[in-house]
Design a protein around this ligand. Structure first.
Ligand code: UDP
Length: 404
């Protein structure tokens, strides 16, 4: 087959008058982009190919048949953002209920609140520190010999000192990521705040909540449009898209290229379901810090919807493991050994002329829902402006990977 180079493609960038786009995957990236395409190009059609029997990717929620509880089927999803464009966007498609996430950690010394806050520090060290005293105390415990932290462990030792690191992060992180914390990037720990006040909200963001009817209902609304055709249970194959105008791929970047340079590292998650009367743990998320307890956390779903009442309860024990061939990838590991492989896939992606890669899996980054939506909106702007002007089309939803 003769394939056009990106350069040839640019020279003939006369766009078809009735484009038929294909989006692979119906998570937030695919849904937000599909909607923008049909809204902005009135003659366009979008087909979404979703290999699972449901939409929403790993954000999928569904009502449990036995108990009526709304399940976060692939693990907890709490919407949080400072970005008012993203918040306004999702609020067009769902009613958000106020919800503040408060996580507890089970340790051999008792139950503590996370993220580390003044209450955690006072409880853990048996003190009654004021905010300034706690800050001074933690500073003395932090390892001041560490300059710029090069990895997760150094970041934790520098910020918190060994006691808090060992109690809350070391065992959990080894279970969650299947490697030593010093092999992981410091950015993973930087996701979590450390606070010297009694604010125990897991997130710092201005806008937080959970959609009243769940995430799948929200995404279904985004996709409800006469020119969007959602094909559930339809697996993507190169043959299904060759004739179409442009493909937007939100699945794993390495899988698109048949893993020809080897697999990028991902962790996957499995769940063990339990059901009982009443309330199992009194909160939505309990983390298990100890390395010898095989699960990382227990998620009790009805606590994500405090506006509902249920007599029975469902909880999932969550286990983390390496992603094998048929597993769903969840967490991009981005270890040092993954980065040259990623560079090879990125270079190959830039040589294609009819495909763009979006989202957590398509760009191999640890992205939450709100940044994913923000990025899909920005990508749609960049794509539409290039499409309409005949310019080179963007390849990745993260601008820096485009290398433009
Ligand atoms: N983490 C930890 N102990 C905890 C909670 C988090 O060691 O009790 C570490 C762990 O490495 C985890 C990372 O902090 O992967 C980020 O946590 P977050 O809650 O953001 O993870 P997610 O909810 O995305 O799984």
């Amino acid at each position: 087959m003769h394939s056009l180079s990106a350069h040839d493609h640019d020279l003939m960038a006369v766009r078809p008058s009735h484009p038929h786009f294909i989006v692979v995957g119906s998570g937030f990236s695919g849904a937000v982009l599909a909607r923008r395409l049909v809204e902005e190009i009135k003659s366009a059609k979008v087909s979404i190919l979703e290999e699972r029997p449901h939409l929403g990717g790993n954000c999928h929620t569904e009502r449990d048949a036995a108990t009526g509880v709304m399940l976060h089927v692939y693990g907890p999803h709490i919407f949080n953002t400072d970005d008012s464009r993203v918040w306004d966007y999702v609020n067009q498609f769902a009613v958000f209920e106020p919800y503040v996430h408060r996580v507890k950690a089970m340790t051999p010394r008792g139950v503590f609140g996370l993220p580390i806050n003044l209450h955690t520090i006072n409880q853990f060290f048996g003190k009654t520190f004021s905010p300034e005293e706690a800050r001074a105390f933690i500073t003395t415990r932090g390892d001041r010999s560490i300059g710029e932290a090069q990895n997760f462990e150094e970041q934790a030792l520098k910020w918190l000192g060994r006691d808090l690191y060992e109690a809350f992060f070391r065992g959990y992180t080894r279970k969650q990521w299947g490697c030593e914390p010093r092999e992981l990037p410091a950015s993973i720990l930087k996701r979590l705040p450390v606070r010297f006040n009694y604010n125990d909200s897991y997130y710092d963001k201005k806008f937080q909540g959970i959609p009243h009817d769940g995430y799948s209902a929200l995404i279904e609304k985004i996709l409800t449009h006469p020119r969007i055709d959602l094909r559930l249970g339809e697996r993507w194959s190169p043959a299904s898209v060759l004739e179409k105008t442009h493909l937007f791929f939100t699945g794993p970047l390495d899988a698109y290229f048949d893993c020809r340079f080897g697999r990028l590292g991902y962790r996957t998650v499995s769940f063990e379901r339990h059901e009982q009367q009443g309330d199992f743990q009194g909160t939505a998320q309990m983390n298990y810090s100890e390395r010898d307890i095989p699960w990382t956390r227990i998620i009790e779903h009805k606590h994500f919807a405090p506006w509902e009442t249920h007599e029975r309860t469902v909880y999932y024990k969550e286990f983390s493991k390496e992603t094998e061939h048929d597993d769903t990838p969840y967490y991009p590991k981005r270890l040092a050994k993954d980065m040259p492989v990623l560079a090879c896939y990125r270079a190959l992606a830039r040589e294609q002329n009819h495909v763009s890669f979006l989202g957590r899996l398509g760009t191999y980054r640890y992205l939450d829902m709100a940044p994913t939506i923000g990025e899909a909106l920005n990508f749609a702007d960049r794509f539409l402006s290039a499409w309409l002007s005949g310019a080179t089309l963007p390849i990745f939803s993260n601008v820096e990977a485009d290398g433009l």
